[in-house]
Design a protein around this ligand. Structure first.
Ligand SMILES: [Cu+2]
Length: 244
């Protein structure tokens, strides 16, 4: 192997190995119970893809080597172009169909669990998107609002309590925006005149990034927020302090 080829192959192989060993395959692990469903689905897809890719690459290289043109071949020598093997064809048609159906069922189930909303959430937060910021409305009149838009403006903080089910009621005041929390593996459009509801049950204390993920005009790029997950007691203290 040439030095140049080695310098490309070695880091690439190492990257694949690292993501595979950690089991996350390049995806954030998810910071909520709902995100766990998405993360597990991602693992199922990736693990299924490994033997599929392996089979395809092995057969491809085997065919290239086994049936390559040889020195002894004449200019018009071609192998038989009309061969068939019915059992083999049935097998290689049936296996992908089974895989696709299984992944489809797994996806529907995961989607049901991610979008499921409970009848009695612990907290309801209204999230309003506007050009170009966010307004988070909590009970008792507590509101967190983006400062006037600009490159260096401080990001509004969406405070959430750990291990409590939070109902988010999402809407927009003007144009279409999208509420995206990458670490929570969740994104939803915010559409004026419509309210979307979803539940999020944070499972990890920490500070995470949030963005608008729908190009909505001039200062879209600065339409960021942070999500701060704190313990239930800390959250209660924060809420009553803000209310006072
Ligand atoms: Cu935007």
């Amino acid at each position: 192997m040439t030095t140049r080829l080695r310098s490309v192959v070695a880091p690439a192989a190492l990257t694949v190995l690292c993501t595979a060993c950690s089991g996350s395959f390049g995806m954030p692990r998810g910071a909520s119970e709902q995100a766990q469903e998405t993360f597990t689905l991602w693992q199922i897809f990736f693990i299924t893809a490994i033997p599929v890719a392996g089979t395809v690459y092995v057969l491809m290289f085997w065919s290239l080597m086994r049936y390559r043109r040889r020195r002894s071949d004449g200019p018009d020598d071609l192998g038989s172009q009309r061969r068939e093997n019915l059992p083999l064809e049935i097998v290689y048609t049936a296996i992908p169909i089974v895989i696709v159906v299984a992944l489809f069922v797994a996806s529907i189930r995961a989607d049901d669990r991610v979008t499921e909303i409970v009848s009695d959430p612990d907290l309801v937060v209204k999230v309003e998107a506007f050009a170009w910021g966010w307004r988070f409305l909590y009970p008792n009149g507590v509101a967190v609002v983006s400062p006037p838009s600009g490159e260096n403006a401080a990001e509004p903080v969406l405070m959430l309590p750990e291990r409590r089910t939070v109902r988010v009621e999402l809407t927009s005041n003007d144009t279409i925006h999208a509420f995206w929390m990458p670490e929570f593996l969740y994104k939803h459009d915010a559409i004026p005149g419509r309210t979307f509801e979803f539940d999020v049950t944070p499972s990890r204390i920490g500070t995470f990034q949030g963005h608008c993920a729908e190009f909505c005009g001039l200062n879209h790029a600065y339409m960021n927020f942070s999500v701060q997950v704190v313990s239930g007691a800390e959250f209660d203290a924060w809420l009553s302090e803000e209310a006072a």
